[in-house]
Structure formats: C-alpha cells, structure tokens
Ligand binder design. Structure first.
Ligand SMILES: [Zn+2]
Length: 89
C-alpha cells in the first residue's frame, strides 16, 4: 500500500482546501412569469420551458380512465366479427 512520504503541513492542507467551496447557482428570469429560476430548467412556479407550457403546476391533471379507452375498440371488433359472420351465412 502506498504511504505518503511526507506529512502534509497544516498550511499545505488548508491551501488545498481553499478550493473546496460551494458555488452560487446562477439564476435566470423565467420567460413567462419572470421569476428567478435555474437556467435550462422547467419553471417550478408556472411550468414553462422555452416559452412553452410543458407541465401543469398546481392543478392535478384529470386522467381519462383506461377502461373507457379500452372498451371502444373492443366493441368495434365484436361488431366487425358479427357482420363478417352474417356475410358468410
Ligand atoms: Zn415561470
């Protein structure tokens, strides 16, 4: 196992650590509502990105029940089968 040849002095250690600091995030005004947001990020207050509404904020999106969507094609398929059966007879 490699072992440090010399002890690192307090000064040398602390000089190295001067670069360990947090950077302030750069904020940009939102194109829609003008609030300060992080750049290249969907606005959390209005849901806009690149001047377009991308997500709905604050409102719960009503989802159409999956059952209704599935039923309609099934009925058509049954009717088609019935009509096909009648034609053959
Ligand atoms: Zn916004």
């Amino acid at each position: 196992m490699a072992v440090p040849f010399h002890r690192t002095s307090k000064t040398r250690r602390d000089k190295r650590r001067t670069h360990f600091k947090l950077k302030v995030t750069s904020l940009v005004a939102c194109s829609n509502c003008g609030k300060l947001i992080r750049s290249h990020t969907v606005c959390p207050s209005c849901g806009f990105y690149a001047k377009k509404s991308v997500i709905q904020v604050g409102e719960t999106v009503k989802e159409t029940p999956a059952k209704e969507v599935e039923k309609k094609p099934a009925k058509k398929a049954k009717k088609a089968k019935e009509t096909a059966g009648e034609k053959k007879e």
